[in-house]
Design a protein around this ligand. Structure first.
Ligand code: GTR
Length: 371
């Protein structure tokens, strides 16, 4: 039996009681309000940053052995008040491409030992290239290690005031990882192989949370795909089963800002819920996946989140999924710019998930087939 739908913050009712009826008032009033609420209470505020201070260096381009794929590693260097940092982006491009390509940008954990990433990524790189995309990967642990180590290292150590305790609304690790996606986009805007108006940002689980927060902050991403991102990702927190706000704050105290801990066991007091995170993507493309046995992420809470934010897409005259009933497993549901599927099986990033995401992207980003 389906659980009762919780009382969720209305995307179209501002804190001052104003009802949002037009996209203008959404964009000038309610959307910035929601973004600030997420910064203040959930993910934290990142630093002021001037992208003009970045430097990029393309290193050792090469061909993948026995393949028609070009690998283009890029170093992205940034400077904070306390020193310099660097992240890597690795691009995979078909050797034969003649036009700027749309890009699937995959968020990954660690920089692996070799550039030949296809296996380590669990991403069908050759399938994506055949569909006409370039593929990019960046590595979040270069931005901040995934451990609760006091925010002395990584980008926090470079940009944040040294005073302790940190501000309760200072950015956590997920926000740092999302910041990296925007630095990659800064680079992509300079790369003549890529059409930066057609970039799909993809992440699984904790990296799905990262992808959503990055795309919420940075409207240069045309599409975001969150694979089983669950708690503080796509799933609404009110009445969520599996992982709760308390669970995630206890197991991963570094992921979010300190203020978020005030909502342990108090999800109903949050001024936002995760459907509002999805609404920040409108009117761009969004694809959310769940897995039937992934009760920790809670498929029902992920699906609910997608449907209850559709009134925001409706402001742009964009049709949503057309139903509030969760779909049968393995059958994607698609609206005009919103897609969702629930695959049978456990928490994982499978070929089925990739196909759902890429088919949706193909429809909307019109990827040309590479000869
Ligand atoms: C889990 C965590 C989830 C999810 C997952 C992952 O342990 O509770 O929120 O992010 O890790 O990233 O694999």
């Amino acid at each position: 039996m389906r659980r009762e739908v919780p009382l969720l913050p209305d995307p179209l009712k501002a804190l001052d009681g104003r009802i949002i009826r037009t996209r203008e008032s959404w964009e000038t009033h309610r959307r910035p309000e929601i973004l600030s609420l997420f910064r203040e209470h959930v993910y934290g505020y990142g630093p002021e940053f001037d992208s003009a201070s970045l430097t990029f260096r393309c290193t050792e381009k090469r061909l993948m052995a026995g393949d028609s794929t070009r690998i283009k590693p890029v170093e992205i260097q940034f400077e904070g008040a306390y020193g310099q940092g660097m992240m890597h982006l690795v691009l995979y491009l078909p050797r034969s491409a003649v036009t700027r390509l749309p890009l699937v940008l995959v968020i990954s954990t660690n920089l692996p030992s070799s550039w030949n990433l296809a296996d380590e990524l669990h991403a069908p790189v050759s399938d994506m290239l055949a569909r006409g995309y370039g593929v990019g990967v960046y590595f979040v642990e270069e931005l901040d290690p995934d451990v609760d180590d006091g925010f002395h290292n990584g980008v926090h150590g470079l940009f944040d005031p040294k005073s302790r305790p940190r501000s309760p609304n200072a950015w956590g690790t997920i926000a740092a990882w999302a910041w990296g996606a925007s630095r990659v986009m800064d680079y992509l805007q300079t790369d003549e192989d890529i059409d930066c108006t057609r970039v799909v940002l993809v992440g699984h689980s904790r990296l799905g949370k990262t992808a959503l927060w990055a795309a919420a902050n940075d409207s240069r991403f045309a599409m975001v795909a969150s694979n089983q991102s669950g708690c503080t990702g796509a799933a609404v927190s009110r009445t969520k089963t599996g992982e709760t706000v308390r669970d995630i704050n206890q197991r991963f105290p570094h992921w979010f800002c300190q203020n978020y801990k005030q909502f342990n066991d108090r999800e109903d007091s949050l001024p936002v819920d995760q459907h509002l995170l999805l609404s920040l993507i409108a009117p761009r493309l969004i694809y959310v996946t769940s897995a039937s046995e992934d009760v920790w992420a809670d498929p029902e809470a992920e699906f609910l989140s997608v449907t209850v934010q559709e009134p925001v897409y409706a402001l742009y005259r964009l049709r949503g999924l057309g139903t509030s009933t969760p779909p049968y497993p393995n059958i994607p549901l698609v609206g005009e710019r919103i897609g969702y599927h629930m695959r049978t099986g456990a928490h994982d990033f499978t070929v089925f998930d990739w196909r759902g995401i890429l088919s949706f992207a193909d429809t909307h980003l019109n990827a040309p087939i590479v000869p």
